[in-house]
Structure formats: structure tokens, C-alpha cells
Design a protein around this ligand. Structure first.
Ligand code: HEC
Length: 115
């Protein structure tokens, strides 16, 4: 055994990469946690409560929004906005917002706990 090398030199590269990867996963929720402080989007989202329940946790016949993936919610709303989805009323709401605004609203609901 040679001496004079640091401890890191004995760590196989694959282990090193795995450890770095795990740190990446741990760091991810902080960046995906959502639009902390996007007050404007929170206000827009408040307008959805009448139908989709407080904080998007619907208890009636309306689809719940809270805790669903932002990309799924955005895709659904874009389809409604484009008139491509079965919609009684939602297409009208979706048309009131730009795509960027809908993305911010979707992020608000995605960050909320599932009902
Ligand atoms: C007047 C009631 C009403 C309001 C207000 C409303 N929605 Fe909806 N929403 C509906 C209904 C009803 C549906 C089911 C599709 C339809 O019939 O239009 C729906 C469907 C959806 C869907 C698709 C869910 C799925 O699983 O298919 C999303 C996403 C959505 N709404 C988001 C929102 C957001 C975000 C807001 C606020 C900006 C909002 N809605 C405001 C009534 C409403």
C-alpha cells in the first residue's frame, strides 16, 4: 500500500459519483419547492377556490388541483384554453391568463399538499 495519498484517492469514482448524485437529489426539493413569494400567482389561484376548493383541495365534484404536477396542470389548462378539451366552464377561465401566468398558477397548486 502506498502512503502519502489523501482519503479521496481510495474512493472508487462510481461511489464518488453516487454520493454527488445523492446530494443533487437532496438539493432538488429546495429548487422545486415552488413559487415561494409569488403573491400575484397566489391571488390568481385564490380565484379558483370557488370551484376547486380552498387551496385547490376540492371536496365536491370539481377536480382537485393541490399537489398535482405543475406540468400536468399546465398541460390541462393549455388544452382547455385552446378549446381542445371537454370543458363546460374551464376554457373560459383558462383564456383569462397567458401561458406564463397559467404556469405560475400551476406551480402554486403543485406546491400545495394533496388533499
Ligand atoms: C366556475 C368554476 C371554476 C373555476 C372558478 C375554476 N375552475 Fe377549473 N374546472 C372547473 C370545471 C367544471 C372543470 C372540469 C372541466 C369543465 O367542465 O370545464 C375544471 C377543470 C380544471 C382543470 C383540469 C383538471 C382535470 O383533472 O382535468 C384544471 C387544471 C383547472 N380546472 C384549473 C383551474 C384553475 C387554475 C383555476 C383558477 C385560475 C380554475 N380552474 C377555476 C371549474 C372551475
Amino acid at each position: 500500500m502506498r502512503t502519502g495519498q489523501g482519503a479521496l484517492a481510495t474512493v472508487p469514482p462510481v461511489v464518488f459519483a453516487t454520493v454527488l448524485g445523492l446530494f443533487g437529489l437532496l438539493a432538488a426539493p429546495a429548487t422545486l419547492a415552488g413559487p415561494v413569494g409569488d403573491t400575484q400567482a397566489e391571488l390568481w389561484a385564490a380565484g379558483c377556490a370557488a370551484c376547486h376548493g380552498t387551496h385547490g383541495a376540492s371536496v365536491g365534484g370539481f377536480p382537485p388541483l393541490a399537489g398535482r404536477s405543475a406540468s400536468e396542470l399546465l398541460a390541462l389548462m393549455l388544452r382547455q384554453r385552446a378549446g381542445q378539451a371537454d370543458s363546460t366552464i374551464m376554457h373560459q377561465h383558462a383564456r383569462g391568463f397567458s401561458e406564463a401566468e397559467l404556469a405560475r398558477i400551476a406551480a402554486v397548486f403543485a406546491a400545495r399538499p394533496k388533499p
